[in-house]
Design a protein around this ligand. Structure first.
Ligand code: NDP
Length: 257
């Protein structure tokens, strides 16, 4: 499973799953570009990662920023072997008290911008390239108050299949990682501001057969496999990394004899 020498763009690469993936791919000889909106977090990530990493401040919701990403990657790398469309936000959208702005901001970031990221970088992708989307187990959990987030992640699964069909003639593969709850700062943002990942994990882990959150590094391993030629026969596929959350829901501690 080699990514040595591959050029890779990770949106939302300054935190969480994106950052862990950037670290692993760099360790394995890839040339990596990461994006994020927060310049300070981006600078900290670039400093921490060192190596052959290109940090680009870019909001995926802004098409002009996507153009900047394409231009900078074109200048630095010439082309792209892999794009990991990972940037995403969570947020509560309960029926009865959700504004149009709150709902649409999640749809814009988690769905619309994934489409336009892939469309934007398409000219840089060569035959043999790999597109990887980031979905979520939330697409099928029916978690109360998560309509917008869950719907965007269901849509990612659908959209990945369409991308795979459209890009098969170009020899470009499209696959999805499906994380379950993972130890990242997403659990401390927005409506969860003030919460800690540890406290949230303690509350939620009993609903997961393996009894714990995943580490972002465990997602990074799945992304590296999909980025590498080891997965050359796979397109329109997905890898679920969720401690059994959706595959074996009756394996949770509550149901043990
Ligand atoms: P983090 O909050 O740690 O990382 C999210 C990343 O997305 C940050 O780098 C953030 O950078 C970036 N981002 C958010 N909005 C934008 C934007 N408009 N433009 C550019 N970058 C943006 O969370 P995770 O690592 O957990 O999340 C990564 C992905 O994994 C998301 O798609 C999420 O839905 C998915 N996921 C996560 C799970 C979990 O339990 N952690 C479970 C299932 C799926 P910045 O703040 O600088 O903009």
């Amino acid at each position: 499973m080699s990514v040595n020498g591959k050029t890779i763009l990770i949106t939302g690469g300054n935190s969480g799953i994106g950052l862990a993936t950037a670290r692993l791919l760099l360790e394995n000889g890839a040339r990596v570009a990461i994006t994020g909106r927060d310049q300070a977090k981006l600078d900290a990530a670039v400093a921490e990662l060192g190596g052959d990493v290109l940090g680009i401040k870019a909001d995926v919701n802004n098409l002009a920023d996507i153009d900047v990403v394409v231009k900078k990657i074109s200048e630095a790398f010439g082309s792209l072997d892999v794009v990991f469309a990972n940037a995403g936000i969570s947020g509560a959208t309960p029926l009865g008290s959700t504004t149009l702005e709150a709902f649409e901001s999640i749809v814009r970031t988690n769905l619309t911008s994934v489409f336009f990221t892939v469309q934007g970088v398409l000219p840089l992708l060569k035959e043999g390239s790999s597109v990887i989307l980031n979905g979520s187990v939330m697409r099928e959990l029916g978690s109360p108050g998560s309509s917008a987030y869950s719907a965007t992640k269901g849509a990612i699964t659908s959209m990945a299949k369409v991308f795979a069909s459209e890009l098969a003639p170009k020899g470009i593969r499209v696959n999805t990682v499906i994380p379950g709850a993972t130890r990242t700062p997403i659990w401390t943002r927005g409506s969860r501001a003030g919460a800690t990942v540890d406290a949230t994990e303690k509350a939620i882990a009993p609903r997961i057969p393996m009894g714990r959150f995943s580490d972002p590094e465990e997602l990074a391993q799945a992304v590296m496999f999909l980025a590498s030629n080891a997965s050359s026969g796979m397109t329109a596929a997905e890898i679920v990394v969720d401690g059994g959350n959706i595959g074996a829901p009756w394996g949770i501690p509550l149901f043990r004899g």
